[in-house]
Design a protein around this ligand. Structure first.
Ligand code: UDP
Ligand code: MG
Length: 316
């Protein structure tokens, strides 16, 4: 029988959290008003996570799992989980209990009111350092201005999606995945439920600075062509400045016989400025070309070393 609800949770080195995660998710699943499957995706963990996941699967038949052959990253892990989900409704949440599972009931309530996407929106990031909050705050606001679709601010991947949205998401082949953006792009009736983000239950943050930065760049580049245009603007600006300086020099030459513009400083500045503009432009171009290259290679999104709990065959 098809489950009504699928819960998708990516797991990367979460051995310390898994037992508590199961306790809290289990309690929520018991109270849900339909058949539930819990899909855990082991994203190439190097600790005992996979062993614990296997044990949980033995103990509780509602738990299915996928195991990647290596670490592919959070967005790809979520994608795999969503690919395999069989429910009429798919709910994505983090494995570190920062997304309170109890909020699922509020999401389901909204779904029953006719919304196809219900995303969780943070009102507060408790105990996350200012150092992490501030860039996130600025980033989401820049993204909102630049992106082609309206990506709601302060939302993560914690959300509920109806089958009609999930089917479309599954058809999107891109590998530089920014799920919260794709979700917004798909459309349908979407709404938010507010929540306070809890601190991580145990263990370290798995999103390193580089990974977070990568995700942030992904969001911008995948959903906006404004950065490309930026180099045009910068180039125009540099051209304007040089014309202005040329006229200035001409003016000085004509009206003041002695040359005012002497010395290296001016020349050096001009060279550095132009060099910087060109390098930045090439860099921006590179971001887009690199992505084209990635997409063109058309490799599978992930490799699986173990799959359990799904009776039905899936396309891998
Ligand atoms: N995660 C993953 N692969 C990775 C990094 C993270 O599957 O390469 C999982 C991790 O186990 C957790 C979720 O993604 O369930 C969110 O990670 P984390 O809490 O480190 O990120 P943040 O809270 O900063 O978004
Ligand atoms: Mg977290």
């Amino acid at each position: 029988m098809q489950p009504q609800y699928s819960l998708v949770i990516p797991i990367y080195n979460e051995e310390q959290t898994l037992p508590e995660l199961y306790r809290r998710i289990g309690a929520v699943m018991d109270r849900m008003d339909g058949q539930v499957e819990l899909i855990l995706i082991n994203d190439g963990s190097r600790d005992r996570s996979l062993t614990i996941i296997r044990e949980l699967h033995q103990k509780d038949s509602r738990i299915c799992y996928l195991s990647f052959a290596r670490n592919f990253g959070h967005q790809i892990a979520v994608t795999a989980g969503v690919n395999f989900a069989r429910g009429q409704v798919v709910i994505i949440l983090d494995g570190d209990l920062q997304d309170p599972p109890e909020l699922i009931f509020d999401m389901i309530e909204q779904w029953k009111l006719g919304y196809q996407v219900v995303y969780a929106q943070r009102t507060q990031r408790r105990q996350e350092s200012w150092f992490k909050r501030m860039p996130a705050y600025i980033y989401y606001r820049i993204l909102r201005h630049l992106a082609d679709v309206e990506i709601p601010t302060d939302t993560g991947d914690f959300c509920l999606m109806d089958r009609c949205v999930v089917d479309i998401l599954n058809k999107m082949p891109e590998r530089n995945r920014y799920i919260r953006g794709l979700r917004a792009w798909i459309g349908f009736k979407q709404t938010a439920v507010k929540f306070e983000r809890d601190p991580r239950f145990a263990g370290d943050v798995k999103y390193t600075f580089t990974k977070s930065l990568g995700l942030a760049v992904n969001g911008l580049v995948s959903f906006s062509k404004v950065p490309l245009r930026l180099s045009t603007y910068l180039g125009l600006f540099a051209a304007f400045v040089s014309i202005f300086m040329g006229l200035l020099v001409l003016y000085w030459r004509i009206f003041y016989s002695s040359s005012v513009l002497t010395g290296f400083a001016t020349i050096l500045m001009a060279i550095f400025f132009l060099g910087a503009v060109q390098l930045v432009s090439i860099g921006i171009l590179g971001e887009y070309i690199g992505r084209i290259y990635e997409e063109v290679k058309d490799r599978p999104l992930y490799t699986l070393s173990e799959v359990a709990g799904f009776e039905r065959k899936h396309h891998l």
